[in-house]
Write a protein that binds this ligand. Sequence first.
Ligand code: HMG
Ligand code: MG
Length: 298
Amino acid sequence: GLPARVRIHEVGARDGLQNEKTTVPTAVKAEFIHRLAAAGLGTIEATSFVHPKWVPQLADAAELMPLLADVDAHLPVLVPNERGLDRALALGVTEIAVFGSATESFAKANLNRTVDESLAMFEPVVARAREAGATVRGYLSMCFGDPWEGPVPVEQVAAVARRLYDLGCTELSLGDTIGVATPGHVTALLAALVEQGVPTDRLAVHFHDTYGQALSNTLAALQRGVTVVDASAGGLGGCPYAKSATGNLATEDLVWMLNGLGIDTGVDLDRLTATSVWMAEQLGRPSPSRTVRALSHQ
Ligand code: HMG
Ligand code: MG
């Protein structure tokens, strides 16, 4: 069966904006996040405390966070290492995410580490964050295919996921970084994770829509018991360190499907669409979301 309620983990301000060629002004980011919260999104990934040279689009993280003090939503941030954790904790952040890779190629490209080295880098981050009372999401990238290595075996993904979970992550998000997954593959990976002893109620799914499969993949995950879905307003997004990664599943497309299924999200689709239309104007290009285009008659 399908869940009665889905929690949307909004990633447009982070996964979306990290991939824009133009750097969005800090005040525009703050307004974007305020508007997303006003549209009913309860979890909004705000930014990343990564090396500013690796992701210059998010180099203003320390300036942005204080502008969000009055936002009524959970505001997790990405943190790759202890340096990032220190920067985030100093600003009062209480929800972080580390981000690992199921493949060696992407671990190297994204973190300048092997898979083992990156898990070793995360270990004190997760431990210290949990000690500080923070929640820790563990992203796992390249769960279905990798641009350098091709298809990734589900056993390989499940084994790294288990290691990430064992570090003490409170949630694991399964990333289809380059959008190549199809629903049968999703079902197979979720079964492999159950076999590895990772509880399905700790999982989220993170689909990029490169091949137009993100909604179908989401439905397959919901049918297997997943209730947390990552999406990006207006379909913003990608990853600068993975070629062929395009936008995330658009939050509007997701909400349209969930509304039709009678699944509650708490999101006001009209307000969200208006936000994405506004953001598209800021970026100077139309939203790729079919639902945004249909509802805004673009
Ligand atoms: P490195 O070059 O190996 O860094 O990068 P290092 O540890 O050797 O440190 C070098 C210098 O950087 C030092 O300064 C550090 O202090 C500084 P120095 O002593 O030379 O003056 N430094 C930092 N400064 C500020 N904040 C920090 C930080 N860390 C080190 N946090 C590193 C390693 C992990 C830092 C780098 O690779 C990095 O920042 N990577 C981030 C890449 C990224 O953000 N990618 C996008 C997010 S992942 C994604 O989008 C996928 C996802 O959406 C899921 C999916 O779709 O699959 C989540
Ligand atoms: Mg992503």
